[in-house]
Design a binder for this molecule. Structure first.
Ligand code: HEM
Length: 363
């Protein structure tokens, strides 16, 4: 059943968000069983303020953390669902998900920041909030605060200029983490074609518009050379703008250069719709990005988002709320971790908590 919640109704139910100035008027996805818009309103009423203030302070010294936190949320949700498994440390004999190739470029400081927020939340409310909920809120506030800091609005309680959306809460933390193979099976690669991307997203009940809208997260953050140099060497990918390719070859003189470059060449630090303008100008960084412009199934959506930033924002919000509910654990499932990197009680060897393959499905 389609949720009839409208943005401004939800927002007005949070007193500390009352200064929010944009009233979105579109339906949000249905809630997964066990999640609620007001889950911690009595057990931890200051939760969202704590998360936001902590992030705001952290972003003042490293704004790149905002992109890092959004990516962590994606990598958590696509592998075993949004249950914080990507945050778990592994052991030498049973490496955690962070050791898997696609996760090796997750930002360690962003992972640490989630634990710091958890610890501060516990001091205020006791151990009632899961790491997976904190990671989900951190992703939302990364988009919100990013816009605010761009707009030079330096007061964290001032909502103007930000992209706010309500986040269903009540996730619990998983007891297991995935093997490297499971991570690789679930996270699409930057070398993927559109058919592979559509199939990957469809396996999570995310549709083609979700794929194009969520890929718009590549409006900020960075990519390292090995993720795109196959498009430069030995010859330039014919779907890439030649002068863009020449500049990338300076950043990446070799296929495995350790350097990085912004994902969005036009407005590297802004959360806006210029990512789609890049695609129209053959300046998408990854094969998986540029393919969205070149494939008839996705091109129309790229065109729409390139010309209508508000349409992108609305569909991005819908996609994030859908993605944030993938495979959630609720009720008595899982646990509320004492530390985000460790499950509460490890019975036997850590290897026994590695789960082989788990299918996650959307609500
Ligand atoms: C559609 C399939 C996707 C592929 C193939 C993909 C692939 C990648 C790759 C290869 C990087 C660069 C990693 C590096 O070299 O450092 C990256 C960065 C990033 N991705 Fe994606 N991604 C996809 C979808 C998403 C989604 C759905 C989101 C979030 C909603 C997302 C958010 C980000 C962000 C914010 C960064 C920058 C991270 C940072 O600067 O630390 N990506 N992605």
């Amino acid at each position: 059943m389609e949720s009839k919640f409208l943005f401004f109704f939800v927002i007005s139910s949070f007193p500390f968000l009352s200064s929010f100035t944009q009233a979105y008027d579109f339906p949000l996805p249905p809630l997964a069983k066990g999640l609620s818009w007001t889950f911690y309103s009595s057990s931890c009423p200051n939760l969202e303020i704590i998360v936001r203030n902590r992030l705001f302070n952290a972003f003042k010294t490293d704004i790149g953390l905002a992109a890092g936190l959004v990516r962590i949320h994606f990598h958590d949700c696509f592998v075993q669902g949004c249950e914080g498994s990507v945050l778990l440390d592994g052991t030498p004999s049973a490496p955690g998900e962070q050791k898997a190739l696609p996760n090796q470029t997750l930002r360690p400081r962003a992972i640490q920041l989630i634990e710091e927020i958890r610890s501060e939340v516990e001091r205020s409310c006791g151990r009632v909030v899961s790491c997976s909920d904190i990671a989900t809120l951190a992703a939302r506030d990364s988009v919100l605060l990013k816009k605010k800091i761009e707009s030079n609005i330096f007061h964290p309680d001032n909502q103007s200029g930000g992209l706010y959306y309500p986040v269903p809460l009540g996730r619990r933390d998983g007891l297991t983490y995935a093997t490297e193979q499971t991570v690789l099976n679930n996270l699409p690669s930057p070398f993927s074609n559109v058919t592979t991307l559509i199939t990957s997203f469809a396996s999570k009940n995310l549709d083609v518009t979700d794929l194009v809208a969520l890929s718009g997260a590549h409006t900020f953050g960075i990519g390292h050379c090995p993720a795109f140099t196959p498009r430069l060497y030995p010859t330039t990918d014919p779907t890439m703008d030649e002068s863009f390719a020449s500049r990338l070859r300076v950043t990446c003189p070799k296929t495995d250069s350790p350097n990085s470059t912004p994902l969005d060449v036009r407005t590297p630090d802004a959360f806006d719709n210029k990512y789609y303008v890049n695609l129209k100008n053959r300046q998408g960084l990854f094969t998986s990005d540029q393919g969205l412009q070149n494939d008839a199934r996705t091109r129309g959506i790229v065109n729409q988002f390139a010309t209508d930033q508000m349409a992108f924002f609305e569909r991005f919000v819908v996609g994030m709320v859908k993605m944030g509910q993938l495979g959630v654990l609720t009720g008595n499932q899982g646990e509320i971790r004492r530390r985000c990197g460790v499950r509460n009680s490890v019975g036997g060897s850590l290897g026994s908590v590695v789960r082989e393959d788990v299918k996650v499905s959307a609500v």
